[in-house]
Design a protein around this ligand. Structure first.
Ligand SMILES: Cc1ncc(COP(=O)(O)O)c(C=O)c1O
Length: 397
């Protein structure tokens, strides 16, 4: 019988750490491993703009009947506008479509399942390192997943020379996964001219780019963070963008994301959309509605949108402040290693360069929980715990 021969699946390393953290009795314990925003009290709040939208939505007594397979039209239009920007939107609105998906993960999996039906021999190229769920998502559809170099741990910066030389050799028709901004896990983003070069090669070599855009607004701002994605939309014949509202709206558990497809060929629109819908139908059928109602409500209402942008800049600025504070506290400890690179990285995560032994020692001796790669969630740092973290890091080094 099937069930008698199943071994236990490998544990998710981050969830396993959180379990250990819960059982740790040290009152000074700190969890820097999970990927959610926390405020200066260590809480993950619902944004005030989101609460206000929820109250309005409740008052409107909206029906809970099924949404269309691709989601609500206005939500999709607002999503495309947010990503493409007001300037590009008129140019692309007739050659783009979106599907409201269950989170950014849902958008990635839908892209992957769709592409595997039509191009099963393509390889999927992800950055090394990348978000740990990229590989399993594309493998689950059946793809072979491989990687291109991304990070130089000696210099704590992008290894662009090696990255570009590998990307140049990727065979035509393969799939290139890029992080739109706030690269997870390193916090190191591509610069303007680097986007130019990658865009040029992708076009020349006919690579299909999937841009994973899970952190718009958490780096430098909604427009600045979209610069690379917008460049690719303008340059490439075909592109898929997988956006997420988990982080920038704090709607983690509501599962709101959007798959956006743009093509320079108008004829692609209808057949591609029809197969994407067919793929979605046999998976989750149609998207959850509460989160996407909130996003639609906020993005289409000037006053609520300004409030949300303020909430988002609060998140962004706190993360930036914690980057600076950590570097200051490490300097105050007269730490022998230069950590100034942490201040220049973007988004919630940072690759600290701490090795496995140092990570273990932080857990064992200081109850500070970090994933083995040395990635920390900067949003887990507060004005109260930063000194303790800096002292502990200095001591394990
Ligand atoms: C790089 C990256 N892509 C996609 C996602 C998926 O986000 P969601 O929670 O919306 O599925 C995450 C979430 O952590 C992420 O870090």
């Amino acid at each position: 019988m099937i069930f008698n021969n199943i071994n236990e699946a490998e544990k998710d390393p981050i969830l396993g750490l959180t379990e250990e953290f819960k059982n740790d009795l040290n009152p000074q314990k700190i969890n820097l491993s999970v990927g959610v925003y926390q405020d200066d009290n260590g809480n993950t709040p619902t944004l005030p703009s989101v609460l206000e939208a929820e109250k309005e939505i409740l008052n409107q007594n909206i029906s809970k009947t099924y949404k269309p397979i691709d989601g609500d039209k206005e939500f999709i239009e607002e999503s495309i506008k947010l990503i493409a920007g007001e300037a590009i939107f008129p140019e692309i609105k007739n050659t783009s479509f979106g599907l409201n998906t269950p989170g950014g993960t849902g958008a990635l999996r839908l892209s992957s399942d769709f592409l595997f039906q039509f191009s099963p021999k393509s390889k999927v190229w992800i950055s090394n390192p990348s978000w740990p769920n990229h590989k399993p998502i594309f493998e689950a559809s059946g793809f072979d997943v491989t990687s291109y170099p991304y990070f130089n741990s000696e210099s704590n910066s992008i290894d662009f020379e090696n990255m570009i030389s590998v990307i140049k050799e990727i065979p035509e028709g393969d799939i290139l996964v890029l992080h739109g901004c706030c690269h997870n896990p390193t916090g190191e983003d591509l610069k303007g001219d680097q986007w130019d070069q990658i865009s040029e090669i992708s076009k020349k070599n006919n690579l299909l780019v999937i841009c994973d855009f899970a952190y718009q607004g958490l780096g430098d701002g909604l427009d600045d963070d979209a610069a690379g994605v917008r460049k690719m939309i303008r340059d490439l014949d075909n592109i898929i963008i997988c956006s997420s509202y988990s982080k920038n709206f704090g709607l983690y558990s509501e599962r709101v994301g959007c798959l956006i497809y743009n093509s320079k060929f108008e004829d692609n629109y209808t057949p591609v959309l029809s197969h994407m819908k067919k793929t979605a139908r046999s998976n989750y059928s149609n998207p959850p509605a509460h989160g996407s109602e909130i996003v639609k409500f906020i993005l289409s209402n000037n006053s609520l949108r300004s409030k949300w942008e303020e909430d988002l800049s609060g998140i962004r600025n706190r993360v930036k402040d914690m980057r600076s504070l950590l570097v200051t506290e490490l300097n105050n400890e007269r730490c022998s290693k230069d950590f100034s690179f942490i201040e220049n990285q973007k988004g919630m995560f940072s690759y600290t360069g701490l090795n496995k032994d140092q990570v273990n020692s932080l857990k064992k001796n200081y109850s500070i929980y970090i994933v083995n790669s040395g990635r920390i969630n900067i949003a887990g740092i507060t004005t109260k715990n930063c000194k303790y973290i800096a002292k502990a890091i200095n001591e394990v080094i």
